[in-house]
Design a protein around this ligand. Structure first.
Ligand code: ZN
Ligand code: ZN
Length: 224
């Protein structure tokens, strides 16, 4: 298996949606690279100016990444945001596209394509793992392999099996709250709620904004 295959196989071995998790990791790495190397880079600065300091989610995420890393701290973020504030003071009011959102979306496409290409090989691993592709990424992957009906059918079977098991696990968790129940939830049952939210909603990697929806970009809603 090639490097991408190995990375995907690792992601499939974890919990939750492997695509969301890989995007999350990518997002954090990108933020660190910007803060370590590109705070005063004119290209990066222009991108921050265009969006008046990224989208709401990525602005806070950038601050969070900086503050939790003792090697970074608030200086780089302060420089970036002083610049964005300055641009606002000089008259810029319109918030442009967040370039981190764009980067993460691009990564998402690449991950889905890579997964689709290697699915034959990776499906057994996915089947026996605790990972569950979220609704969005399952739909994207299914769309990508729609011209391979046999593989699609196998994927559907694996996914349904996982979701039934998840549903049972969440029901069992709820049942432990019954006053007649004498047992505490198992660790797996206690995880069921988070796993269910992760399946239905994915990880909060790229948020859609009101602005995007108005423009009809609707990337979050474009997929069934
Ligand atoms: Zn996902
Ligand atoms: Zn963003």
């Amino acid at each position: 298996m090639d490097i991408v295959g190995i990375k995907l196989s690792e992601a499939l071995g974890g919990r939750g949606c492997p695509v969301c998790r890989a995007m999350e990791k990518f997002e954090e790495d990108e933020i660190e690279v910007i803060l370590y190397e590109h705070v005063t880079d004119p290209g990066v600065r222009t991108k921050f100016r265009e969006s008046l300091g990224l989208c709401t989610r990525h602005a806070w995420k950038t601050l969070e990444v900086a503050l939790k890393n003792p090697l970074l701290g608030p200086l780089g973020v302060s420089i970036i945001y002083e610049d964005a504030l300055d641009v606002y003071l000089r008259g810029k009011r319109e918030e442009g596209e967040c370039f981190l959102c764009e980067l993460v979306r691009e990564k998402e496409k690449i991950l889905i394509e890579a997964l689709a290409e290697r699915l034959d090989e990776l499906l057994p691993e996915y089947g026996s793992s605790q990972a569950i592709l979220c609704r969005r990424h399952y739909a994207m992957l299914a769309e990508k392999i729609k011209d391979k009906p046999e593989l699609l059918k196998k994927l559907e079977e694996v996914q349904m099996k996982k979701l039934m098991e998840l549903d049972n696990r969440l029901k069992a968790f709820i049942d432990t709250y019954d006053y007649r129940s004498a047992r505490k939830p198992t660790e797996e049952e206690a995880r069921a709620l988070e796993d269910t939210i992760e399946f239905l909603k994915g990880r909060p990697v790229v948020m859609s904004t009101g602005r995007e929806n108005r423009r009809g970009r609707g990337w979050l809603f474009g997929l069934k």
